[in-house]
Design a protein around this ligand. Sequence first.
Ligand code: NAP
Length: 252
Amino acid sequence: MTEQQRTALVTGAGRGIGAEIARRLASDGFNIAAIDLDKAGLDALTSELTAAGHRAIGIVADISDEAAVEAAVARTADEVGPPVVVVNNAGIIRDNLLFKMAVSDWDLVMNVHLRGSFLVARAAQKHMVEAKWGRIINLSSTSALGNRGQANYSAAKAGLQGFTKTLSLELGPFGVTANAIAPGFIETEMTASTAARMGVSFEDFTAKAAAAIPVRRTGKPADIANAVSFFASENAGFVSGQVLYVAGGPKA
Ligand code: NAP
């Protein structure tokens, strides 16, 4: 099987980092199944990709819903080919200090990041094992190291690192690698919403963040897509169970 015929499934691809990952993997030669809650974002992405000559479908699904994930993976296999690359990118934040954090905000963050990544990886692994080749790439975060106001998110992102290492042990014998990428500050609607919540302009927010980052800039979605492209490639076949911090320094 050539890389041209392989299919990559990317969650949270309706915008931001996920959309850029989908663009990059399409230009690397993968067919794309893009999953998101937001149909408009998926429609814009798939129109762009198909206009550029790529094979791509958008599937509206909540990745924390078991039946929806099973159906999305089955539809991917039927319409664009078995998903042998999975990028667990969909994510949300519900920040608050511990003493003010609602149980519903804890559960929501766990369900999207951890339950969602588990469900997608579990549904797709059978296609990878069958193909004797696969790549699972999970989006962690520098917040996994601890971040004030993110008890839920940092726990989920640290959990994804353990999840990744375990998948690399279980699936390695079948030609499947699993790696995690831990982004630092990336300019997307997620970081824009944090700035808005804190009552500062996005420009001031990014400038302040950049000053604290060793390379003196904030990240762009393409910085993460470049790392995903490597982990998804043939050349990364001996790299598994790793966490790559893409943060302009050892930690943002
Ligand atoms: P974003 O702009 O908020 O995009 C996230 C996408 O995920 C949205 O399109 C969202 O759809 C979708 N999504 C949320 N819940 C979902 C669900 N249950 N099922 C399906 N799709 C769902 O975020 P981003 O900045 O691109 O972040 C992408 C990933 O990188 C996340 O895992 C995030 O935690 C991680 N990350 C980001 C940064 C950063 O600085 N931006 C840093 C470290 C890690 P809706 O809009 O419809 O909800």
